[in-house]
Design a protein around this ligand. Structure first.
Ligand code: CA
Length: 234
């Protein structure tokens, strides 16, 4: 039976969430303040956290950050304030999801199940050596490989599959110059029809999403006559 920790100071909300989750056969523990909530979360005993933002003692942001330093289990943050959602993203806390109160308990249950499934699949796969490989961060940029999402200054940008693959590949190999041919073969494969102009077009689109000034790119430099080089700002 999967164990869920709810850190929520509004008893009525916590109880409602608990009832719904128990109907779906989860084992649920409620903790009503931030300090005890953090302590419970940091035992690592729970499969998923539902974390309120405004809590007595210690807020949900801090708990999430601390928890993420050590664990990869899913975290769903909930808040009554819409602005908190931008903050959760902007701070790069590593929360997997966020919901604004009031929300329907059945929606919460659906998301809990989805995140637990995703996590199960993720942990079943052979892992890269470092857990840190899942997310690449630097400057204003955050590339979440697991979720295939890209954030610039905390704001999510929409990437096509190939744009994502190309950016991730470059970012994973910083300070290395790749020719357009090489990038084309790596991302599109040797057997793909197409030409290296595709790479130029994709680089342009990526720059429009991640660079402050596309004529003076910070991340993806053009090395004339050779190709491109990714540089991660400090
Ligand atoms: Ca609260």
């Amino acid at each position: 039976m999967k164990k869920i920790l709810i850190v929520e100071d509004e008893r009525a909300i916590a109880e409602l969430e608990k009832d719904y989750l128990e109907l779906s056969s989860f084992e649920v523990t409620i903790v009503e303040d931030g300090i005890k909530g953090e302590k419970a979360a940091m035992t690592g005993e729970y499969d998923l956290l539902i974390l309120d933002v405004m809590l007595p003692g210690k807020d949900g942001f801090e708990i999430c950050r601390k928890f993420r330093e050590k664990y990869l289990m899913p975290v769903i943050m909930v808040s009554a304030k819409k602005e908190d959602i931008d903050k959760i993203r902007g701070l790069g806390l590593g929360a997997d999801d966020y919901m604004t109160k009031p929300f329907s308990p059945s929606e919460l249950v659906a998301r809990v199940k989805a995140h637990l499934n995703r996590y199960d699949v993720l942990t079943r796969q052979p892992r890269p050596q470092e857990k840190n490989n899942e997310v690449i961060r630097g400057g204003d940029l955050e590339i979440d490989r697991t979720a295939r999402r890209v954030f610039v200054q905390g704001e999510e940008k929409t990437f096509t599959s190939k744009e994502f693959d190309l950016l991730y590949f470059l970012a994973k190999n910083p300070n290395h110059v790749f020719s357009k041919e090489e990038l084309f073969h790596r991302i599109w494969g040797f057997n793909t029809m197409g030409d290296i102009a595709t790479v130029t077009v994709h680089i342009k689109k990526i720059r429009e999403k991640i660079e402050r000034d596309t004529s003076n790119p910070e991340y993806i430099e053009t090395i004339w006559g050779v190709g491109y080089r990714f540089k991660m700002p400090e």
